[in-house]
Ligand binder design. Structure first.
Ligand SMILES: Cc1cc2nc3c(=O)[nH]c(=O)nc-3n(C[C@H](O)[C@H](O)[C@H](O)COP(=O)(O)OP(=O)(O)OC[C@H]3O[C@@H](n4cnc5c(N)ncnc54)[C@H](O)[C@@H]3O)c2cc1C
Length: 348
């Protein structure tokens, strides 16, 4: 495999934003899409366990590491097809950092993604859990996702309608490991104005009504400010950001369960009649909020939903903290929180 860019065996903690994860037998970083496809096909044919890794910002890897080959996605490139009627159709290689795509769209005045500024990781990771923030989810702007289907060894392209995008989910999350995302195609509007602002906190900061538009650059800057205040932008100097972002998803409850919540609990009615509530609110109210914990793994001092590594935490420390928080919420409200990051080699 040396021809495919093998990096000497090392610990996965160097490749995850939670800074945990034990040793890996082998790590390869194929430079082109063709090499990526060929590498995964070859490993699958040999029966080798494979872990596809992007920016490592949504994984919690066990201290035992991964006894197999980690395929790090590093393919780069953005190709654009711009026309007045269809807008900007951008096909982006899976290994392109999300941040560089954000820079590209703001520079060229392609609108739609601006509220997703500051999310770490790579483009290929975004359809997996239908990344979202401040009122936008990538699934709203994705037209196709090109993949390698590891069950057949064939390249397969999905239209957005086939991706089963939902709240922090997609078909790629339902069938973990089956598909390698090779590239993602987005369709964006031409223009410097943002999409309508749907998130009240963001509208307030921008000084506009909910539903109004603002300059996309201002929206991205305001989102970055808001996110920094919550420790949700990676910062080597700030342990509150040494996390996987939100550790738990917001529970979506049926009407009876929602009615049983305290009167002041947040309630966001969903199109299917269910009600989404706030995991952060539940954690706070249960007594496990900002700064909870006194060991090497603690709840962020800036955001109750982020579990953080204060410097020398292990995956076991983070799992222990997650179990305590989950049990506390379960005991107070009878709701079992579900982790958002992908757990590799471990379970809650
Ligand atoms: C500080 C911080 C803030 C965050 N804020 C948000 C937020 O606001 N909204 C949000 O939705 N998420 C957020 N996240 C989570 C995370 O950044 C996103 O989910 C991101 O898209 C993950 O991309 P990644 O490349 O880091 O994926 P990784 O962590 O490397 O991988 C995550 C999962 O996807 C799989 N995967 C990755 N790339 C591919 C590929 N090319 N093909 C197939 N499978 C693949 C991996 O196998 C793994 O199962 C945050 C994380 C952090 C650390």
């Amino acid at each position: 495999m040396t021809d495919l860019g093998t990096v000497p065996a090392e610990r996965l903690s160097a490749h995850t934003t939670l800074r945990v994860g034990g040793p890996v037998r082998r790590l390869v970083a194929p430079a082109t899409e063709a090499e990526l496809v060929e590498t995964v096909r070859r490993l699958d044919a040999a029966g080798e366990p494979v872990l596809i890794l992007g920016g490592g910002s949504n994984v919690l890897v066990s201290d035992d590491g991964f006894d197999g080959t980690v395929v790090k996605v590093v393919t780069r490139g953005i190709s654009s097809d711009v026309a007045a009627c269809s807008g900007a159709v951008l096909t982006v290689a899976a290994g392109e950092p999300w941040e560089s795509l954000m820079d590209h769209v703001l520079e060229h005045e392609y609108a739609g993604l601006e509220t997703l500024a500051g999310i770490p990781g790579l483009v290929g990771g975004t359809p997996i859990q239908n990344v979202g923030a401040y009122g936008t989810e990538v699934g709203q702007l994705i037209t196709t996702v090109r993949t390698l289907d590891r069950s057949t060894g064939q390249v397969r392209t999905f239209f957005a309608e086939e991706c089963q995008f939902g709240y922090r989910s997609s078909r790629f999350k339902f069938e973990p490991g089956r598909y390698v995302v090779l590239s993602v195609t987005f369709q964006l509007r031409l223009g410097s104005l943002s999409a309508p602002i749907r998130y009240p906190e963001l509208a307030r900061v921008l000084g506009v009504e909910v539903g109004a538009r603002a300059a996309a650059r201002d929206v991205a800057a305001a989102v970055l400010d808001l996110r920094r205040g919550k420790g949700m932008v990676l910062d080597d100097a700030d342990a509150d950001t040494w996390s996987a972002g939100s550790f738990f998803t917001n529970p979506v409850l049926d009407a009876d369960a929602a009615a049983a919540l305290p009167a002041d609990a947040p309630r966001f009615p969903q199109p299917d009649g269910r009600v989404k509530t706030s995991a952060a609110w539940l954690i706070d109210r249960a007594g496990y909020g900002k700064g909870y914990g006194d060991g090497p793994a603690q709840v962020s001092s800036k955001h109750s939903l982020a579990l953080t590594n204060r410097g020398d935490a292990t995956a076991a420390d983070l799992l222990d903290l997650a179990r305590r928080v989950r049990a506390g919420v379960q005991q107070s409200f009878g709701i079992t929180l579900v982790p958002e990051p992908v757990l590799v080699g471990c379970a809650l």
